[in-house]
Design a protein. Structure first.
Lengths: 120, 189
């Protein structure tokens, strides 16, 4: 159990999966740095993050960029959101597309809370 | 005890759970420290649960310590973890029904959990989270995750990096490009 983890200084070194520009050499991370966590755990932690804040945090690090959107499974589209994606009274599809590209695991888009003025 | 042995998996029965928690097992940290923990509490760790069940009888379990070899399981982290499972062992079992799961994810931490996880020593905090993840204690990983998320909520990228000591591996241009792509989503209305 866990023998594979004893070979490096930290057991929870980032496990890069072939992304070309990630440094592949075993790295030693400081114990009080979130960098010590692998992508799986990082993704799990960030899965508790509010939707909007995920976008704010995408550029924290490449690990955040890789892991911050994977756990988005449903999106709530409400009036505030609608007002953001409207351009000259029409939905800006590009904005929706950019969200869809970043969040590959979306299962549900909830539109129940959009008021009727947007439904016309 | 002979009766209980048949119910070792029957975790739904509260009496059995309470009785089993009187059985103390030993957990050994990666630093070599050995600590006692109630059996029901310890089995909140799926890793420990599987190890105990593969060993079979209670007798073996109570004499030989269960070795937790992952580096994150330091003495200090293991003590914290035992404190947590000993407090939570009689929680109602987590319902994996999707709607409940969603509610639970959005639920605020209890006062006790907040105090428990609010440790100043960030290396210890990360040890506890990584160790809980290794030991597969989902409830505790969730407590850690909620704590970290509440700490970084509303913070700028730079503040998040400083707080969690994350290395910025983007170039200024890359960072700027991502900002430009996303700003409309998190901009104040």
């Amino acid at each position: 159990m866990g023998q594979q983890m004893t070979t490096t200084k930290t057991s929870l070194e980032t496990t890069d999966d072939g992304n070309e520009d990630n440094r592949q050499q075993p790295k030693i991370y400081s114990k009080d740095s979130l960098d010590r966590f692998g992508d799986d755990l990082c993704e799990l932690l960030l899965s508790y993050f509010p939707f909007k804040d995920r976008f704010r945090c995408e550029c924290v690090s490449k690990q955040f960029q890789r892991t911050v959107f994977g756990s988005v499974v449903d999106i709530n589209i409400d009036d505030r959101f609608m007002s953001k994606i409207l351009y000259k009274k029409r939905v800006n599809n590009q904005k929706l597309v950019s969200i869809a590209i970043k969040c590959p695991n979306i299962e549900t888009i909830v539109c129940e809370v959009i008021s009727t003025e947007y439904m016309k | 005890m002979a009766d209980n042995a048949d119910h070792i998996d029957g975790d739904d029965n509260e009496d059995v759970r309470a009785q089993q928690n009187l059985i103390k097992i030993k957990l050994k940290s990666s630093e070599g420290g050995i600590y006692e923990c109630g059996l029901t509490a310890a089995k909140m760790s799926d890793l420990v649960k599987n190890m105990v069940e593969s060993l079979g009888t209670d007798a073996v379990v109570t004499t030989e310590p269960i070795i937790l070899g992952n580096e994150a399981v330091t003495d200090a982290a293991l003590k914290k973890i035992i404190e947590w499972v000993e407090f939570h062992w009689d929680d109602p079992p987590v319902d994996h029904d999707f709607e409940d799961e969603k509610d639970r994810r959005n639920e605020e931490l209890s006062h006790w959990d907040k105090q428990f996880i609010d440790v100043d020593d960030q290396a210890l905090l990360f040890d506890v989270i990584a160790a809980a993840n290794y030991m597969d204690i989902k409830g505790l990983v969730e407590v850690g995750a909620k704590h970290i998320c509440s700490k970084i909520r509303g913070k700028s990228c730079q503040e998040v990096r400083e707080m969690l000591k994350i290395t910025n591996d983007f170039t200024a241009e890359e960072e700027d490009a991502i900002h430009k792509e996303n700003a409309w989503i998190y901009a104040k209305d």
